[in-house]
Design a protein around this ligand. Sequence first.
Ligand code: AQP
Length: 331
Amino acid sequence: MQRIFSGIQPSGIPQLGNYLGAIRNWVNLQADHECVFCLVDMHAITVWQSPEDLRRQTLTQAAILLASGIDTEKHILFNQSAVSAHARLAWIFNCVSRLGWLNRMTQFKDKAGKDRENHSAGLYVYPNLMAADILAYKATRVPVGEDQKQHLELTNDIAQKFNHDYGVEFFPTVEAVIPPAAARVMSLRDGTKKMSKSDPSAQSRIEMTDDADAIALKIRRAKTDTDVLPGEEAGLEGRAEAKNLVTIYAALADMSVADVLAQHQGEGFGPFKKALTDVVVNAIAPIAQETQRLMQNEDHLVSVLRAGAARAHAIADPIVTEAEKIVGFVK
Ligand code: AQP
């Protein structure tokens, strides 16, 4: 059985993009993979988080994953900082990875913008830590949204350079598993920007804890154009916001974009947004409700994460210890 590693940052409340690009895919992959799911709190602090928020967001995220169907009897769920193997391997990878490679990472450019000098060194070396997250488990498949594809290519570059520099065949090649539907969900306020849990505007995203009223309001206010829905996909070209709403509908209703358009052709956004609200509420509301129930017992969530960390440590510690020996560290 192939091993999967995937992570999500507790840098806010997970949004619909995280669900469609990652979480829903994780749930499905459990049937035929050995899964290691990680709340990457060390990645989250590459951008400042209030300690209180980070703690609450980590537990909320654990609850959302359980409510979405992550099975911690069969698979591993834990928070990154609880397993030291990640930091140990990340340091080695900081020394393997090249500045030229990091300079090409578009996520850093997007997040740092023009104010590059004022961002943390952690944000810059974020992809090296991500490579360590995956390779500490020698995971071969990584379910991610399309936005993370470049980081996985870098993971393979790091693995290859490590193997080459030390003359070993130690780290495997990693393959991205990108969901076909809604690989990239866009902001509700700007169809050219991806939906993001840390976007300053809460109106730009559907959060996985939103209730039906909040969802309805956000969809009602979502940016659109004044045209009606076309009968064919080609008619969505150049209409980023319209395309995004149709794509979200298709992904959540398990339909193709073509079928959604066939059903709603000629509709304006008033009625289409109402239909979309029903589809989103049907998918999200049960998860939000179960999350709320689970959040009432924090101790249980902490104990689930602790048990997961012990199982994660048992896999990662021997692999990272071996990598340290390869490098020449006295063990
Ligand atoms: N808009 C999106 N569409 C599809 N997939 C997405 N993912 C994130 N946004 C979208 C996928 O969710 C997984 C977890 O992401 P993450 O929390 O590790 O970091 P991120 O990609 O930076 O997500 P956010 O929401 O934008 O977080 P912030 O605002 O903190 O940076 C990944 O598999 C990602 O592809």
